[in-house]
Design a protein around this ligand. Structure first.
Ligand SMILES: Nc1nc2c(ncn2[C@@H]2O[C@H](COP(=O)(O)OP(=O)(O)OP(=O)(O)O)[C@@H](O)[C@H]2O)c(=O)[nH]1
Length: 304
């Protein structure tokens, strides 16, 4: 076997002056990689990027003076064609001469880049999957489980600094008749249109979900009984803008309740609030429909 000679080492080997950074010697690999001829004026700072040369002065040099070596330093080389090439250097110092062993880290950086991209894509996919798993299958609204999670967050926020939360259950009037008269597909289209109307009427901090078939849950943040009245009027008006194929307006009934400070200590808080809202909804359905009623712990069920 032939003896190893300078030409055989697949890394850049250099000797340079600690202070002036003048290159005293480099191996043939460095020569062909950098595309430069050796001249006594060549300096390390001519072979690396501007950032690396600043890094050399402010960081590499002091560490070499203190420790006598600096291993696995990341630098950017400038190749003969002016390309920026990531590299890793091991440097030792003897007297005022630095000994550099630099290996090109293009592949490692490519791999690292690919790993970062794969991680980004995974995170994006996870976000997409989470969004899909939170959404109702027909409408753009949250499904029941996601709404439950979000309302629990609203409640814990309210525990930290109390804000009233209004729970409203909305149920389309005579939806069975709509399905029967115009078909299930038309029924689905109405559910979607209504969902958009609900989303338009609430604030970003509110929760709107399809709670079941033709029943929807809205939890309005920082909203008490006096705020529900104008909201409910606006909402009933907006819903009536949805026309059925017969030309008649769509209507819905709403039953609600407001979470009060004292309620926060109760167990099964969401279920408790929904029971109250449901009682109010039952009253609307049993009477005029197309209106809102609120269950209030002091007054019982009140018309809005
Ligand atoms: N098109 C469609 N219909 C649905 C969907 N989910 C539930 N429904 C229908 O909604 C109707 C609900 O009927 P009911 O519970 O009797 O209520 P309603 O006819 O609206 O009567 P009131 O609530 O008393 O005004 C049923 O016919 C269900 O089949 C859905 O995803 N798409």
């Amino acid at each position: 076997m032939k003896e190893a000679v300078e030409e055989d080492f697949p890394c850049l080997l250099l000797k340079s002056d600690l202070e002036t950074t003048e290159i005293k010697w480099f191996n043939p690999y460095a020569k062909s990689f950098l595309g430069v001829e050796w001249t006594s004026e060549k300096k390390i700072i001519d072979l690396v990027s501007k950032a690396s040369s600043i890094f050399y002065e402010s960081y590499i040099k002091p560490i070499l003076l203190a420790n006598g070596e600096y291993l696995e330093v990341q630098i950017t080389l400038l190749s003969g064609s002016g390309q920026r090439v990531p590299a890793v250097a091991n440097i030792t110092v003897s007297g005022h001469i630095l000994y550099w062993a630099i290996y090109v880290a293009k592949e490692r950086d490519k791999l690292y880049q690919e790993l970062i991209e794969a991680k980004d894509q995974l995170e994006k996919k996870t976000e997409e999957l989470t969004a899909v798993s939170r959404r109702d299958t027909l409408t753009p609204l949250l499904n029941r489980r996601a709404a439950n999670d979000d309302v629990l967050k609203m409640i814990s926020q309210s525990r930290r600094a109390f804000v009233p939360l209004s729970f409203l259950l909305l149920d389309i009037d005579f939806f069975k008749k709509i399905n029967d008269a115009f078909g299930h597909e038309e029924g689905d289209r109405i559910l979607i249109k209504l969902s958009h109307v609900l989303l338009e009427q609430v604030r970003e901090t509110d929760v709107v979900a399809r709670w079941g078939g033709e029943e929807f849950l809205m939890v309005l943040f920082n909203t008490d009984i006096k705020d529900i009245k104008p909201f409910s009027e606006r909402l009933h008006n907006a819903i009536s803008e949805i026309s059925l194929p017969s030309g008649k307006p769509l209507t819905a009934s709403i039953g609600g309740t407001v979470l009060e400070k004292g309620d926060l200590e109760q167990p099964n808080l969401i279920a408790q609030q929904l029971l109250k809202a449901d009682k109010a909804l039952y009253e609307v359905k049993a009477n005029q429909r197309a209106h809102t009623r609120i269950y209030d712990s002091v007054h019982g069920i009140v018309k809005i």
